[in-house]
Design a protein around this ligand. Structure first.
Ligand code: ADP
Length: 161
């Protein structure tokens, strides 16, 4: 049976950093499920439906086996429900490490069946975060190099009233 990776996150909105991680994951796994979190513990700018549609509209490489979904509740339960084998998370700087390490170990305690694997984005994307995208656009800057066009337009519509 094919190996299924679940890539959970807020994706509020998706950036080229996330996209880089997803494309790398598709090369390692047979299928990648990008799972948008309802309860991310953060106040989100976009609704889950908006965040999902931004991901669906990305110009993915031909043949890439990507499913976009949303989930609520415990991640490990969702992973088992989707018949996933691995949770993929991205690492940027050292500052991501502590939180990610804690989450990975907690998820392992919750279910021994779910492994977490970390991928690093290319260095051109590793400094990107959804939060800084919102700041750039609010301040009138261009995020063209950091997010797809449809995402930049949506950010502009939402943040520049
Ligand atoms: P969450 O709210 O769950 O942290 P995010 O959408 O902020 O969701 O991020 C999802 C995952 O992608 C996290 O593991 C995060 O560290 C990773 N990630 C986000 N941006 C980048 C990037 N530019 N390079 C590498 N990993 C990233």
């Amino acid at each position: 049976m094919g190996k299924i990776a679940i890539y959970p996150g807020s994706f509020d909105p998706i950036t080229y950093g996330h996209i880089d991680i997803i494309e790398r994951a598709t090369k390692v796994f047979d299928k990648v499920v990008v799972a948008v979190a309802y309860d991310s513990g953060k106040d989100s700018l976009f609704s889950v439906e908006e965040r999902k549609s931004f991901i669906e509209k990305v110009d993915w490489p031909k043949g890439a086996n990507i499913e976009v979904d949303a989930f609520q509740g415990l991640l490990v339960e969702y992973v088992l429900k989707k018949k996933g084998n691995v949770v993929v998370r991205g690492l940027r700087a050292l500052s991501d490490f502590e939180y990610e390490f804690q989450m990975a170990l907690i998820n392992r305690k919750l279910s021994e069946k779910v492994e977490t694997m970390f991928l690093m984005a290319g260095e051109n994307f590793s400094y990107l975060s959804s939060r800084t995208m919102k700041e750039i656009i609010s301040l009138g800057g261009s995020a063209e190099a950091f997010v797809p066009k449809h995402v930049e337009e949506a950010l502009r519509k939402k943040l520049r009233k």
